[in-house]
Design a protein around this ligand. Structure first.
Ligand code: DGJ
Length: 722
């Protein structure tokens, strides 16, 4: 039977989603009208062979033995459910049956105030399957948006209360999918503050293996991404499935091997308890799932392309980023008009294109001279900036950068979701912060969290940020967020906060489209796909040590494109680890991120290092377009090799850049070769500094570089010439 090229088909009660290398298939069970999964993986065609005489025995009935698309709780499927609805009578039983479906070509974005993927009719088609619980009148919609060219299926669910009584949604997963009996391993990104995105790979065993965040933000502790692989899957070979939540609040990914050996993966928000009055609905965030037969690298490249082209709305998503200098590690809170002008002059002289003034510039009655006060009062500190920001910004933006190509631009740091109790805002609106009745308000970094679910808080932030951005020529904003959410007033408060926060992001990023927005949450605490809808880049970690950064950046790249990573060169000894590494090593590591910058005071640099900076900036600007838009191949992982390496290849395959590092010294031992990937076998490539070689030779034999000492690094430009 010929394979259909339509991305979505319905035939004999079976839905088939088709990608370039992917089939996702499920059907309506004839006797129960339940949705049953047939396949999510490599392409298949025609009818599916099934055991004609399955043996059903024991205490678990049919619901616990089959693969299901929207599993309920309380009717004999004892695995993790996709939803749980507390009905007016108090129980949580429901029985959804297939009703009908629609296919919609193209996709505009997220639904009901949530961020979401988008694309033209040629990029994406959406299947909307409607279900009904006839006994309560509650309806459900399951959405499957297939991006055929990227082997991606984006799922979300919606519950609509068409009954005459209020119900409470206690659980609503974005995605739940059952895999056949097999051996699997799962991969997640765990960590903590300044130690984000460390890969962890473990066996999927019987029972539930779960990770997530209960912090109210996606968090440093676990990133809302997970992968399922076979034990033999590597970076470049074998089957792999990736799951990435488009959400910035608390969340859970569960991987459960049930008693019958089937593996269920489910992902979605947690800590939910959402009342639905008659006529109301609740939509889950989206979960992007991708399949690859080319290992984890294949999963990452699909996600990267999908996020760059079909999630990030910023006009800067795929455009070159200005090399910046951020004041934080150079000056910390010790900033004022004079120091910033000095920093600007030093920056411009080095060839930096954008100066970012970090924390410490605001607060009138409660000046922000440390982290003890000022958050919430978004007016310049009159002692530090007697005439406000405008004269500073005018001075900065009139400075010609070293090569006279442009003038310096100005960016600013804000943390609008927070308030210090020591602030005029808190004096005026103590009830605007998250709090639970009379219980003490837990402070962290001396600050409390504004409740963004409140419309008046949203309007305050929108107005304060608009006033700030209209007050001077500010073309870059770093939006920080430095604590978890505590004293939630209700079980639904976190999701309500997220909806309010996304509204604020939406209004501001639409109103100030020409501003380049950077997300931050004490580094990568909110590095998630929800944020990337609005902010095309994120400060990847507060750990700026180059060795640590290799682990963090390689880990983050499992889900997120390099274009989304802010990566800076800081001074040595490093402020977080005390380690000293060469300037070139620090710079080469930072060049693997889309937003390259310096985070130091040039006045503290040695003359030699200062002299080296312009050439490094020049190199960073040359590799930036390839890193920003190219396909990334992790050639060797820092967890496995003393020589971690990554290759980026431009989308048309004509240019590449290889990043190659040595971590520890290599004493009197032959260097291994590094085999490239993703090249055209028959093409010839010019490898900067080495000569011309065929794609076959570069991929099957590889390049070889030697370093004498620890912290060696090479950045090698590669060009296809024939
Ligand atoms: C945390 C951020 O991650 C840092 O880069 C810096 O902006 C500080 N906050 C400022 O308080």
């Amino acid at each position: 039977m010929a394979a259909s090229t339509e991305p979505i088909t319905f035939d004999k009660e079976t839905f088939t989603l088709t990608g370039r290398n992917l089939t996702y298939k499920f059907h309506v069970d004839a006797s129960t009208s339940d949705l049953r999964t047939d396949h999510f993986g490599a392409r298949i065609t025609g009818p599916i062979p099934n055991d004609p005489n399955p043996i059903i025995d024991g205490w678990t009935g049919m619901p616990d033995r089959v693969r299901r698309e929207f599993p309920d709780a309380g009717r004999g499927d004892f695995r993790v459910p996709a939803f749980r609805i507390r009905q007016a009578e108090g129980h949580t039983v429901s029985e959804f049956k297939y009703m009908d479906f629609d296919v919609v070509k193209g996709k505009e974005g997220g639904l009901n105030g949530l961020p979401g993927t988008f694309g033209e009719e040629t990029d994406v088609s959406t299947l909307v399957v409607r279900l009904v619980d006839e006994l309560s009148g509650i309806e459900a919609e399951l959405r499957y948006s297939v991006f055929p060219g990227l082997d991606g299926v984006v799922r979300s669910s919606r519950v609509i209360n068409r009954s005459s009584q209020a119900v409470t949604v206690e659980e609503l997963k974005s995605l739940s999918v059952d895999f056949p009996v097999d051996e699997f391993e799962m991969i997640g990104l765990r960590g903590d503050w300044a130690r984000e995105a460390h890969r962890v790979r473990r066996k999927v065993d019987y029972g539930v293996q779960s990770f997530g965040s209960t912090t109210g933000f996606s968090s440093h502790l676990h990133n809302p991404f997970g992968a399922l692989v076979h034990p033999s899957t590597t970076e470049s070979q074998g089957e792999a499935w990736g799951f990435s939540l488009v959400y910035s609040g608390s969340w859970t990914i569960n991987v459960e091997k049930g008693s019958q050996g089937l593996t269920r993966v489910s992902a979605g928000p947690n800590q939910l308890s959402w009342e639905l009055k008659p006529g109301e609905s609740l939509t889950s965030p989206e979960c992007v799932s991708v399949y690859s037969a080319n290992g984890l690298g294949g999963v990452s490249r699909s996600l990267h392309r999908l996020y760059r082209n079909h999630l990030m709305r910023s006009k800067f998503a795929t455009s070159d980023r200005p090399v910046l200098l951020n004041s934080w590690e150079g000056l910390y809170f010790d900033i004022d008009q004079e120091r910033m002008v000095n920093l600007a002059e030093e920056s411009a002289a080095l060839g930096v294109k954008l100066l970012v003034m970090d924390d410490g510039w605001f607060g009138k009655e409660y000046p922000r001279t440390s982290d003890a006060a000022g958050l919430g009062d978004w007016v310049p500190n009159p002692e530090r900036f007697p005439e406000g920001l405008a004269p500073l910004v005018e001075k900065v933006t009139s400075l010609k950068v070293a090569d006279y190509s442009t003038t310096l631009r100005f960016g600013i740091w804000v943390e609008p979701e927070m308030v210090n109790p020591q602030s005029a805002l808190y004096n005026e609106h103590p009830d605007w912060v998250l709090h639970a009745g009379k219980y003490p308000r837990t402070e962290q970094r001396n600050q409390l969290v504004l409740n963004l679910a409140l419309p008046e808080v949203q309007e305050f932030i929108i107005a304060a940020m608009s006033t700030l951005l209209e007050s001077a020529d500010i073309t870059y904003v770093k939006w920080d967020h430095n604590r978890g959410l505590a004293e939630m007033p209700s079980q639904s408060a976190n999701h309500a906060y997220m909806l309010g926060m996304y509204r604020v992001f939406d209004v501001l990023t639409t109103r100030f489209r020409d501003v380049l927005w950077e997300g931050c949450a004490s580094g990568g605490g909110r590095f998630d796909a929800g944020i990337l809808q609005y902010f095309p880049q994120v400060w990847t970690s507060d750990d700026s040590d180059a060795v640590e950064r290799i682990f963090i950046q390689f880990g983050s790249s499992l889900a997120y494109p390099a274009s989304a990573m802010g990566c800076h060169v800081s001074s040595v000894p490093n402020h977080q680890t005390g380690r000293t590494t060469p300037l070139s090593f620090r710079a080469h590591v930072a060049m693997m991120g889309g937003s390259f910058g310096l985070e130091l005071n040039p006045a503290d640099m040695s003359d030699d290092d200062k002299r080296a900076i312009p050439a490094l900036i020049d190199l960073a600007e040359r590799v930036n377009p390839i890193v920003l838009k190219g396909d990334m191949y992790r050639l060797a992982l820092p967890e496995e090799s003393n020589w971690p390496a990554a290759l980026f290849i431009s989308e048309n395959g004509a240019q590449g850049v290889l990043f190659y590092f040595q971590l520890s010294p290599n004493v009197n031992h032959t260097m291994p070769r590094i085999k490239l990937q993703g090249l055209e076998p028959e093409a010839t490539y010019l490898v900067d500094g080495d000569g011309q070689f065929s794609g076959l030779t570069l991929m099957n034999l590889g390049l070889q570089y030697s370093f004498r000492t620890e912290y060696g690094s090479r950045v090698v430009l590669i060009q296809r010439i024939v």
